[in-house]
Ligand binder design. Structure first.
Ligand code: ADP
Ligand code: ZN
Ligand code: ZN
Length: 827
């Protein structure tokens, strides 16, 4: 490159500003620049960020003098052109900055910023052997202070740009970003041995071996080294690390390994190991399809001839997963990559095991429960389009952001699940919808699967926009569970209710226990009781920071706010009138557990909810205990509704149908139908027809009738009319603006103003502003303005107009302190 040309690069920065920034490349870095490569750049007065180059040019920016790029981190692009296109689509569709999309897309190890805090890796074992002076200084400082941000580190070692050193320490698994340490499910790690980079050169290696051969004393060393070389083998990516344990087991002494390490010949580092690794790579045989599965499989193929997206509507237990498995195999045979998306809670060990059983190491699991190193490992393999590992990504929503090269199929299982949608922070994207766009980019096929499809997807399928395949029978012709109502009103009148349990339910529980069968009880509310209420004046204790009542958690004897985490000790008397007659209303999972234990004293009862699964591995332990029948009754929130397949559950109890049905949300019926049907699906299976007892005060409610009749289509047809009559999705698209401020007055003015501006353009399509049900969260007051737009309207134009209005809003000085949160297609 000619010396005289000055290069400029556009860089995406991880901040909520809607543009890319231009920087200047120092001459000596010219040869390293490339699109998709990470750079460290200064921003504002003293910040440093990691950004990604999106464009190289020779034109300087007009409005400002470009600052210099400080450092280039990669020698190869970290993201692909398709990813950049997808980021741009997400940023424009979901109305957020491309930097925010980048933030969601990159694993945190990839995006050091000056505020990033680092800690020592828990597996790091005080051995500074292969560290240089600066690295040692950092490690020593961290041993004293525990965590440091990059600025502090920069002061300690006296250089400005510490990112490259930190990156090296990350790669050596000596440091971790702080947020990673908080991750409650850390992947298991094991020590791995690999040849150090210096000895990848064959000549050097040979002379080393020759040298060891001459020295009599190094016999053991030679043996160790040769074992490493033999077991580890070279591949096209260099040397494959081997687990230290394997070497030790084959007779290599631990001390000779450490000697080799000290001499810098080998490296011993902890790697995350895949927790579900099979002993060998042998693939289990596929199950042969039932007639119904065969038909469905063929229909899916046929729809794929003409459609990019197909919806597989198959009842619980119909054998959808086995169909997915064979579709995946077809793609593998074609040399394509596959993405299998699941909502976080459905991504259970059970399913991972099932897929790994067929595909072994070709499955990579990508979600927040796994640590960063594992994520980065998967990222790199996918980016390289490695044919030996991670051809199938099984992941939660963020796996749509992986750097796919040659994607052939995307499966979105449980496509109706609201948790595909990210609430906070931006991008507030729905991974199912992003998957459709991603599929389009690669001309890959997209299969949406569900027993209870979302209104949106089923309508798309009915309209012919998507293919539609129905699978109405369970595998093995098992019957759908029998759903019976326990009429709470009636039992209340007859005084047969025991606290929250109908005698009808209790009788069934007791029968199931006698028969040594298992029971799942579903209550979508955690804690003990959500409401303490003064009998005299109706006062209830509320959160200091939010406009919600506190929930009593008996096991820790605390009142907790489920919105901000605020806790307070229990309250003995009414803060308003002083009376001590506080009664508890409503009931959560904890209370059910306590009361049930009193009734069934010998039963082993366990809760499965957010509180019970906070500690590491708790979730998996509970599931394992239930599977191995150490638990008789499992009580849980929606966590029990997904992805679990137990053989000995003969009874499911739904404790409070009204709690679901009465939510003030246009999707309340859809969600109720889905949750009740899904939970019911946990009952029965292999050995016996399952039973479900649904407790309700209104057994004639039409949604409940449809659940009992297993009539999804009937449900869909009634509900879709309601949606049409009241201008809701899927006929209209919703964009919700939540304005937030600590100052209620300014908030009122600002939201009136913003709604007015919106009405000038969008007229009667604008609703509000109004207070949401919870009008204050974490000391911020909230107002919501909702926009309902015809599905046919031009999306791009509308969003551009909206962005202009938002920009204009912020140009009013007194509104600067207001935050507008834009949520496109709220879930
Ligand atoms: P879904 O995903 O639709 O809920 P699954 O794929 O989990 O259904 O199948 C339900 C049960 O039936 C599972 O235990 C599965 O192993 C079994 N099953 C499904 N298809 C077959 C088949 N072709 N041969 C044998 N067992 C099958
Ligand atoms: Zn009172
Ligand atoms: Zn709170």
């Amino acid at each position: 490159m000619s010396e005289r040309i000055t290069l400029f690069v556009n860089v995406i920065l991880p901040i909520p500003i809607y543009k890319e920034f231009t920087y200047r490349i120092p001459h000596d870095m010219k040869d390293q620049v490339g699109v998709g490569i990470r750079v460290i750049v200064p921003f504002g007065k003293s910040k440093l960020y990691t950004g990604i180059i999106t464009k190289i040019s020779e034109t300087a920016p007009i409005e400002y003098t470009a600052k210099y790029v400080e450092h280039i981190l990669d020698n190869q692009p970290l993201i692909t052109p398709q990813q950049y296109q997808l980021w741009k689509w997400i940023s424009s569709y979901y109305m957020c900055s491309i930097g925010e999309v980048m933030n969601a897309a990159l694993p945190s190890n990839f995006k050091l910023a000056s505020e990033t805090k680092v800690v020592l890796h828990p597996e790091y074992s005080n051995n500074c052997n292969n560290l240089d002076e600066r690295e040692k200084e950092i490690v020593e400082a961290l041993e004293i202070k525990e965590s440091l941000d990059l600025k502090e580190i920069s002061e300690i070692i006296g250089i400005k740009t510490v990112h490259p050193i930190i990156k090296k320490l990350y790669d050596k698994r000596i440091l971790l970003p702080f947020e990673e340490l908080n991750n409650r499910y850390r992947a298991k790690t094991a020590l791995y041995v690999s040849l150090s980079a210096n000895y990848l050169d064959e000549n050097l290696l040979n002379s080393l071996i020759a040298n060891l051969e001459v020295q009599k004393k190094s016999e053991k060393l030679l043996h160790a080294l040769l074992s490493v070389l033999n077991t580890g083998n070279f591949s096209k990516d260099g040397f494959n690390p081997i687990e230290k344990k394997v070497l030790i087991n084959s007779g290599v002494s631990s001390s000779s390994l450490s000697t080799l390490e000290k001499k810098g010949i080998i490296e011993i580092v902890p790697y995350a190991i895949s927790r579900f690794k099979l002993n060998d790579k042998e693939q289990a045989a596929f199950k042969s399809f039932s007639e119904a599965q065969k038909v469905a499989f063929n229909e899916i193929q046929t729809t794929f001839d003409t459609q990019n997206v197909t919806l597989l509507h198959g009842v619980t237990g119909s054998g959808k997963t086995e169909i997915y498995v064979q579709l995946i195999q077809e793609q593998l045979d074609l040399g394509k990559q596959v993405l299998f998306l699941l909502p976080e809670i459905a991504l259970t060990t059970q399913l991972i095991r099932r897929l790994s059983h067929y595909f072994g190491d070709l499955v990579g699991v990508y979600h927040s429960r796994f640590n960063q190193n594992e994520r980065i490992d998967i990222w790199n393999h996918v980016l390289k389009n490695d044919f030996n590992r991670f051809r199938i990504i099984l992941g939660a929503r963020s796996s749509v952001f992986l750097p796919f090269q040659d994607l052939g199929l995307i499966i979105v299982d449980e496509e109706h699940e609201p948790s595909f949608k990210q609430y906070d922070p931006a991008p507030r994207y729905n991974a199912r919808d992003v998957a459709v766009i991603l599929g389009h980019q690669f001309k890959a096929k997209v299969l949406l699967g569900s027993a209870t499809p979302s209104m949106e997807s089923y309508q798309n399928a009915k309209n012919g926009k998507y293919g539609l395949v129905e699978l109405n029978t369970r595998f093995g012709n098992l019957l759908m569970p029998e759903i019976l109502c326990a009429d709470l009103k009636k039992e209340r009148k007859q005084k047969t209710l025991h606290s929250h349990f109908s005698s009808f339910l209790l009788e069934h529980i007791s029968e199931a226990l006698k028969a040594k069968e298992q029971i799942i009880l579903f209550q979508n509310r955690r804690g003990y009781t959500p409401l303490w209420n003064c009998e005299i004046c109706s006062w209830t204790p509320k959160c200091k920071h939010c406009d919600v009542s506190l929930t009593y958690h008996k096991h820790v004897n605390q009142l907790k706010c489920h919105y901000c985490g605020y806790v307070s000790p229990p309250i003995g008397s009414c803060k308003s009138c002083g009376s001590n007659r506080l009664k508890m209303l409503g009931f959560g999972t904890e209370k059910i557990e306590d009361e049930l234990q009193l009734i069934f004293q010998d039963a082993k009862i366990q809760r499965l909810d957010l509180d019970a699964t906070r500690s590491k591995n708790a979730y998996e332990n509970i599931i394992n205990d239930f599977e191995s029948r150490k638990i008789d009754i499992l009580i849980g929130t929606q966590m029990v509704s997904k992805g679990l397949d137990f053989d000995h559950v003969s009874l499911v109890g739904i404790l409070d149908a009204e709690l679901l049905l009465n939510r003030p949300d246009f999707r309340a019926f859809e969600r109720s139908f889905q949750l009740m049907s899904q939970v019911s699906g946990r009952s029965g299976r292999k050995h016996k027809r399952g039973k479900v007892i649904l407790q309700t005060s209104d057994p004639d409610n039409w949604v409940i009738r449809k659940v009992i009749e297993h009539d999804y289509i009937g449900f869909y047809e009634s509900e879709i009319m309601e949606r049409k009559n009241f201008f809701y999705p899927p006929f209209y698209k919703i964009i919700a603006f939540t304005l937030k401020s600590k100052d209620e007055h300014i908030l009122n003015d600002a939201s009136q103003h913003f709604a007015q501006e919106l009405r000038l353009i969008f007229k009667e399509r604008v609703m509000g502003p109004e207070y949401p049900i919870i009008k204050k969260i974490q000391n911020n007051y909230l107002k919501v303005i909702t926009l309902k737009i015809e599905k046919e309207a031009s999306d791009k134009m509308i969003k551009e107009r909206l962005q202009q209005l938002i920009d204009a809003f912020y140009s009013v000085p007194s509104f600067k302190s207001i935050r507008i949160v834009t949520d496109v297609d709220p879930a």
